[in-house]
Design a protein around this ligand. Structure first.
Ligand code: PFF
Length: 434
């Protein structure tokens, strides 16, 4: 192997980078609109319950398998059983496919940052957004630019690139988020947004919403594509993995809730719809920014916040496939990054064009972008997690007491790993296929 296997410089570096992976577009773009479409406060309650219980198990499991095997995904599965290597390979493949659509949104964010500072008032926000994503050139250039920025940090290695990026972007993200929460809470009628977020309407509780909360929780914690397994493999010693995992879950949830507190009071203050879907961030919010004082600064701050969140997650998406290339093909990190850059560009460009000139190319009645999102979020992420839980619970027979000192906790972990999580994942996959 050309590059010696890296390890984290400190426990703080590990935790902040894993939080950086978790806190991403999933928290700030996806969480508020999924919550908006699923009834607000009741969704939040179910989500918190799920993320603090069921999700704990696959999250610690993935990190632990990495820490145990000290290998990238394919090698890690292979070291458990030679035949499992193909299951392991599904992880970096999922990463490459996620990268191909995640980075497109990264490109849109760059456009909105530029737009916030130059000529930010637009006549018709819906039309502007649809025309922009249809453009055959500009979004492609921005997607490649966003990919290039993430690859740049990945290529510099764990300490100089990945840790440095997370240690710089995450505190910036937190500061901007708090600033925007304060701005939003000071808007007229902000309390309506808070009521929407925190006053549950139990009539909206249904099984579909519970599964949406489960899917959102897995996606936001970055479970199921080997990013965590790879990050886990860089741990030297961590006797308190349980504590680290709870810190990660708690931080991710706080970021998601703050994102909601930043968005919903503003949405209600301007009488807009909270359930407008994916356009919430790119259409509804810019409309709101244009109506408030110093709107361009607020808009710029918001899109820089999204940019920070997307970069740190983007870097983690790349690290799994990057480590696999380095260790499986015995090549340098720079070479691996170059290959990743070419490969992701080849898939991301048609996906970017699927909003415009390639909109007629469909897979299962979905555009290339929607298909990649559907295939990875609804199928590949849960399938990978299902395999890893089955391998740990039934093949390796990992027992909770190795990780958890408390007897009841260890017992619940065993049941969760062998039964509850696999069954929930199977349900998620079945519903996801509909
Ligand atoms: N957790 C990221 C988010 O919430 O945006 C998305 C993500 C990153 C998913 C890394 C999967 C992954 F491996």
């Amino acid at each position: 192997m050309k590059d010696k296997r890296p390890t984290w410089t400190s426990k703080y570096s590990f935790i902040i980078t894993t939080i950086g992976s978790a806190v991403g577009l999933g928290n700030i773009w996806r969480f508020p609109y999924v919550m908006g479409q699923n009834g607000g406060a009741i969704f939040l309650a179910v989500y918190i319950l799920i993320i603090s219980t069921i999700c704990f198990i696959p999250l610690i499991n993935e990190l632990y398998i990495g820490k145990l095997t000290k290998k990238e995904c394919i090698g890690a599965y292979e070291s458990i059983n030679k035949n499992f290597k193909y299951l392991g390979a599904l992880n970096p493949i999922t990463g490459l496919l996620i990268a191909s659509f995640y980075f497109i949104v990264g490109g849109w964010i760059i456009n909105y940052i530029i737009k916030s500072f130059i000529n930010y008032k637009i006549q018709n926000y819906e039309e502007y957004f649809t025309e922009f994503i249809k453009n055959p050139i500009y979004p492609c250039i921005l997607t490649i630019l966003f990919l290039f920025i993430c690859i740049f940090f990945t290529a510099r290695g764990l300490k100089k690139g990945i840790e440095t990026a997370n240690k710089s972007f995450m505190p910036l993200l937190a500061v901007i988020l708090i600033f925007l929460v304060i701005v939003s809470l000071n808007l007229p009628n902000a309390h309506l947004g808070l009521e929407y977020m925190f006053k549950p309407d139990f009539t909206k509780l249904n099984s579909h919403m519970v599964l949406n909360a489960l899917g959102q929780a897995f996606f936001t914690l970055s479970i199921g594509m080997g990013a965590l397994l790879t990050y886990g493999s860089y741990i030297k010693e961590d006797k308190t993995l349980v504590k680290s995992v709870y810190t990660i879950i708690l931080s991710d949830t706080i970021f998601a809730i703050l994102a909601g507190i930043m968005i919903f009071p503003a949405v209600f203050s301007f009488n807009m719809e909270p359930n407008s879907g994916a356009g919430l961030v790119f259409v509804t919010l810019p409309k709101i920014f244009s109506q408030i004082q110093y709107g361009n600064i607020v808009s710029g701050a918001f899109f820089i916040l999204l940019f920070c969140a997307a970069i740190t997650s983007g870097i983690s998406i790349l690290e799994g496939p990057c480590a696999s290339l380095i260790e499986k093909f015995n090549i340098s990190r720079t070479k691996a990054c170059f290959i990743l850059f070419l490969f992701i560009s080849i898939i991301a460009i048609p996906a970017t064009l699927s909003f415009g000139i390639l909109e007629n190319i469909q897979f299962f009645h979905k555009s290339i972008f929607d298909f990649l999102d559907f295939l990875t979020s609804n199928i590949m992420l849960p399938v990978n997690t299902l395999f890893l839980c089955l391998i740990s619970g039934w093949y390796l027979k990992i027992r909770g007491d190795i990780l958890i000192k408390n007897k009841i906790g260890a017992f619940l972990f065993n049941i969760g790993l062998k039964y509850i999580v696999p069954i929930s994942l199977i349900l998620l996959i079945i519903i996801g296929l509909h």
